[in-house]
Design a protein around this ligand. Structure first.
Ligand code: GLC
Length: 787
């Protein structure tokens, strides 16, 4: 069953009925202001940080679902009947409903009893506010008088604390707007405000939720809307809201517009300027067009035309869009992440930059500086940091021990490597960056200390200690043990890759002694893995405190794990025979029709050996689900092995748009990757959750754009090394690379998977498959034949 379709020409996903299996959302804003909006206008907004600067409230796991939001009510003054032109929260059956989620905007059309509305929501570039532009048309034969109410529930900035502490709330009405002016200076909340403004004269208003909604009413039937008038009551210590009431008269066939602006302002902002600007509809149109131009430019950096429309649509539009969203908001605020627990994750953010760097490299440069500034001088990094304060911090699990991920710092080299390959900016390695507990040193030195840190933290078999966790946040092998000897094979493999990259970067910035030393460490670690972690048909995943393997054929549960196989291949630890053997084991044991499971069999109940992952039911999240973040690693590994058909099979199985027609099974949005899909060990096999903010975005873009389609930035140019399914006979890619526009035509006359040996560059043959990086500010035409 489907709930909508892709409109490729407008780059929109069109939802045709409001009662989607779960709210299908979009993100407004690509700079500091962010709004999450569902297909029925639910969601919330924040400025920079959803924990410390939350503008509106949202109730997670609420009944009814998805409340509150950015709501409008329309009341027919003649009949007293009222509805919401976004279906929720009044939920009156529409004659027509359509929601179009576009790139950083959402448009909801609704017809109810011959009144047609269309609301466009977006955040204009350069302003810290969101525009709700509603057109309303009277399609009946009689003149109508309508009361229009706009409503938000203000949050008092600190999203967690204010759930229970509302005594500070203060709102006021001025300049045709309701302001939330709540301050509490002792917590640094001072000098800023949020507001809701209307372009039409406000005839009544409320700043006090109890006054607008009414006690024992809800958003479905606010008392003010029932009565056709607000009560002009502001909040004075409790339950702040913004509600504005306009009146509109419409002749038969007449259409009018009203604009509401929800925004954030600081001391020196003059929000009147924003009101004046957007009171003129031409400026709204201009701002909207600027947003469209912004996205047209971003998407022009990578564009493929292949024989597979679904791949084209995901690579060219939706995957790139999600990559930008994850770069901006890491795992902070989604419909699953409530924006109060985690800040920007260190490992997550490093990985997010890898998919995003081709879009806006300068933003990645700054992000890496911010991230690496949370590193300690011993090489360890803080697991997360606040986007507002930029201070690093560790999760608090309350058992008094230092929380330490063994992998966080090993993602640094990969992110830097991708940035340098994209830009050629080798100088970045010399960038001074402070340590959080000491003086500054070069970025290269930060990378080196990360390597040395892991090298000095080994347990059984000389492999890296797993510490609290590794990439798998729920794999707590050391739980209830102070021995700290458990080790992670995945981290060992990551170490090998990270060390090799760091050695390469050392060479490029003239630290050749370091390069040799670090390469030697990589080689030794590789030997340790191959000597101790090979189980016969695959690599084990870890060893516990006693040195007993996890992920071996002798076990009942968790016999084979994906990550230690794919990383063995990606890092180059596995030599060809083992690489093929372990990836075949993955295919035989872990592949399902919706993607590759994290491991199998899942743990049926609590198991102290693996800790908190076994608290999830079998097939859910870290307990053996199809973790979409890891599926592109399998694709990349298969491409490294040259097996394009299998890589493509994995890619398609996990591609969100392929679940469009089984939306009742998938539940989550079909235009966006989810973090996880329940595996075939679960009753609801195929059901996805934690959509939007996931490493699946960045890694899938990398897997598709650089490995399947094979357009790989390298230090000295652009490598063309596709690994495609054999039925792709030709395809083309347009890539902006270091200021050149490169048109690449790939021909596959013999139905192979891989094998570009030479290139035709503007008609001249060059040997090898790397287009030199010298083609700046030019259009270059390249033909590559797979032979
Ligand atoms: C989530 C976390 C990520 C972690 C993964 C596996 O996606 O954001 O940091 O690696 O889960 O536990």
């Amino acid at each position: 069953m489907k709930y909508g379709f892709f409109d490729g020409s407008n780059k929109e996903y069109v939802i045709e009925r409001p009662d989607t299996p779960v709210p299908w959302i979009n993100y407004l804003g690509v700079e500091n202001y962010c709004g999450l909006i569902s297909n029925t206008a639910g969601g919330y907004s924040f400025y920079k940080d959803p924990k410390l600067r939350r503008i509106t409230r949202y109730r997670y796991n609420n009944v009814p679902v998805d409340r509150p939001g950015r709501y409008i009510y329309i009341r027919n003054n003649g009949t007293g009947d009222f509805w919401s032109p976004t279906w929720q929260p009044a939920c009156k059956s529409p004659d027509k409903y359509e929601c179009r989620h576009g790139l950083s905007y959402t448009r909801i059309s609704y017809s109810y009893k011959k009144t047609d509305t269309q609301i466009l929501y977006f955040v204009p570039l350069g302003d810290n506010c969101e525009i709700w532009r509603m057109k309303i048309k009277n399609s009946s034969e009689r003149a109508g008088q309508f009361d229009i109410f706009a409503y938000v529930e203000f949050c008092l900035w600190e999203a967690q604390r204010e759930m229970v502490d509302w005594d500070h709330a203060v709102t006021k009405f001025k300049n045709n707007a309701i302001y939330n002016v709540t301050q509490y200076p002792q917590r640094g909340v001072t000098g800023f405000c949020s507001y809701l403004w209307s372009s039409q004269p406000v005839v009544s208003w409320d700043g006090f939720r109890d006054s607008f909604i009414g006690k024992y009413h809800s958003e479905t039937n606010p008392i003010a809307v029932e009565n056709g008038c607000c009560n002009n009551v502001h909040a004075c210590g409790w339950s702040a809201c913004g509600a504005l009431h306009n009146k509109i008269e419409l002749e038969p066939g007449e259409e009018k517009s009203v604009t509401f602006i929800l925004g954030y302002a600081e001391n020196d902002d003059n929000e009147n300027k924003v009101f004046d600007k957007y009171a003129n509809p031409e400026n709204i149109t201009r701002a909207f067009n600027q947003l469209k131009d912004y996205w047209a430019d971003v998407l022009s950096h990578y564009c493929v035309t292949s024989p597979d429309e679904q791949l084209n649509q995901m690579v060219n539009i939706w995957n790139q869009y999600q990559v930008c969203t994850t770069f901006n908001w890491s795992r902070t605020a989604s419909y699953y992440e409530e924006g109060i627990g985690r800040g920007m994750g260190f490992r997550d953010s490093c990985q997010d930059t890898q998919g995003f760097v081709y879009q806006i490299p300068s933003k990645v440069r700054q992000r890496l500086i911010d991230l690496f500034s949370t590193q300690f001088s011993n090489g360890r990094v803080a697991h997360q940091y606040s986007p507002l304060t930029k201070q690093g911090f560790e999760p608090n699990e309350g058992d008094g021990r230092l929380w330490q991920a063994s992998d966080d710092h090993l993602w640094m080299a990969l992110a830097v490597d991708d940035y340098i390959k994209e830009t050629g900016d080798l100088d970045f390695l010399n960038q001074p960056i402070p340590f959080s507990d000491g003086s500054a040193s070069s970025l290269y030195e930060h990378l080196k200390r990360a390597i040395i840190y892991t090298w000095n933290q080994t347990g059984h078999y000389g492999l890296p200690k797993i510490k609290t966790v590794d990439w798998n946040d729920c794999l707590k092998i050391n739980l209830f043990s102070d021995k700290d000897m458990a080790v992670s094979v995945m981290v060992a493999e990551q170490f090998v890759l990270s060390a090799r990259i760091t050695a390469n970067l050392a060479r490029l910035c003239n630290h050749s002694n370091d390069a040799a030393e670090i390469l030697q460490m990589a080689q030794e670690m590789m030997d340790r893995i191959n000597n101790h972690a090979w189980d016969g048909k695959w690599y084990v995943r870890a060893f516990d405190n006693q040195g007993v393997p996890l992920g071996s054929s002798k076990e009942k549960y968790g016999r084979i794990w994906l990550n230690s196989q794919v990383w063995a291949v990606i890092s180059g630890v596995a030599q060809p025979d083992r690489a093929i053997q372990c990836m075949d084991s993955v295919y035989e044991n872990l592949f399902t029709k919706y993607g590759v499971a994290l491991f199998k069999p899942a743990y049926p109940s609590w198991d102290i050996k693996v800790g908190s992952l076994s608290t999830y039911p079998p097939g859910v999240k870290e307990n053996g689900s199809i973790f979409c973040h890891t599926n592109p690693w399998a694709i990349i590994a298969e491409c490294i092995l040259g097996r394009g058909n299998r890589a493509y099979e994995y890619y398609k199985a996990n591609l969100p748009c392929c679940a469009n027609d089984v939306a009742e099974i998938r539940c989550a949005e079909p235009y966006i990757y989810a973090q996880t899909i329940k595996s075939d060990e679960h009753r609801d096999f195929g059901q996805a959750s934690n959509s939007w903010l996931t490493g699946a975005a960045s890694w899938n873009f990398k897997a598709a754009s650089q490995y399947i389609l094979g357009i790989q930035p390298d230090y000295d140019g652009l490598k063309i090394d596709p690994c495609i399914p054999s039925h792709f006979k030709s395809l083309s890619v347009t890539r902006k690379f270091r200021e050149a526009l490169i048109n690449i035509q790939i021909e596959n006359p013999h139905c192979l998977n891989k094998g570009v040996k030479s290139l035709l560059v503007n008609g001249n043959k060059i040997e090898g498959n790397t287009l030199p990086g010298k083609y700046s500010k030019k259009t270059v035409n390249v033909t590559a034949n797979i032979i």
